[in-house]
Design a protein around this ligand. Structure first.
Ligand code: BEZ
Ligand code: FE
Length: 289
């Protein structure tokens, strides 16, 4: 292995890995080297450009903390997170589709019983949510764990609301024997993804918007079914077609119906205009083994 050239170096690197014990790791590394070398051949970076790329990834790493994961955000804005999902999760068309998890899920969310108010007293348009979890035949799935989390009327998650650290606008529910769960909260607003790091640099350099459309996050788990990590977007949101993380799917749009006080199915529960959202989630069964 001497005097390697641009024609011979790729296979030479791959041959150094021939003793890799794990066959999947061997396959991944072979492909990584081939694609990385192909990228360099395609772009033909100068030494300065390559150093700038390394410095960019270094800044990305330095930006990471226990609560900030800039590499995942980079994967999100490059469409890789949704591509991995599209290729690795096989689900029938009628089952509820996935979207990105995002950085705002918290393990320390409260467990709530049905119909709880999870707004933490924050101001906003009251939102009433009624959910139902079923299998592909429409049979209710009782005992499913349902996580919900969302932003407030200013687009802030609880950890970003000034002067607040306790969990709000998030909870874990369990579906009842009819597969139902319900809660009350406030209507979420759209917000920008974090733009103060290397991902922000990339977005500004490419003229892309940081704004995500408004959404509710839901994560649904039940024994014998694929886990669903999803979101529901208002169908009239102005940012649906420029979502920086490519998480919007037509099947995840919902009309967030708004009613005047004293009208609609929740009249009597509030004296201000409110939003009612109803949704059935369809789980895909795991193959029996
Ligand atoms: C979110 O919706 O919480 C989110 C998803 C990906 C990147 C940033 C935020
Ligand atoms: Fe979000």
């Amino acid at each position: 292995m001497r005097d390697l050239t641009s024609d011979t170096i790729t296979e030479a690197v791959i041959s150094t890995m021939r003793d890799t014990q794990d066959p999947r790791l061997a396959e991944i590394l072979r492909s990584l080297v081939r694609h990385l070398h192909a990228f360099v051949r395609d772009v033909g970076p100068t030494e300065e450009e390559w150093a700038a790329g390394v410095a960019y990834l270094t800044r990305t790493g330095h930006m990471c903390t226990p609560t900030r994961q800039e590499f995942i955000l980079l994967s999100d804005v490059l469409g890789v997170t949704m591509l991995v999902d599209a290729l690795s999760v096989r689900r029938s068309a009628e089952a509820t589709q996935n979207s990105v998890l995002g950085p705002y899920f918290r393990e320390d969310r409260p467990r709530h019983s049905d119909a709880a108010d999870i707004s933490g007293g924050l101001p906003g348009t009251p939102l009433f949510f009624e959910g139902r979890v079923v299998d592909r035949e429409g049979t209710p799935v009782p005992g499913a764990g349902v996580d919900v989390w969302h932003s407030d009327a200013d687009g802030h998650y609880d950890m970003e609301v000034p002067g607040r650290s306790d969990p709000a606008m998030r909870a874990r529910f369990r579906t009842d024997e009819r597969g139902h769960f319900a809660f009350r909260s406030i209507r979420p607003a759209g917000y920008p993804i974090p733009g103060d790091g290397p991902v922000g640099e990339l977005m500004r350099a490419t003229g892309r918007s940081l704004m995500r459309p408004a959404h509710l996050h839901l994560l649904i788990e039940a024994t014998g079914f694929q886990r669903v990590t999803t979101m529901l977007f208002p169908s009239d949101d102005p940012y649906l077609d420029t979502d920086p993380v490519f998480g919007v799917k037509q099947s995840l749009l919902e009309s967030y119906d708004t009613y005047e006080p004293g009208t609609g199915p929740r009249r009597g529960l509030t004296d201000v205009p409110y939003t009612l959202l109803r949704r059935t989630f369809v789980l895909e069964a795991l193959p029996a083994d």
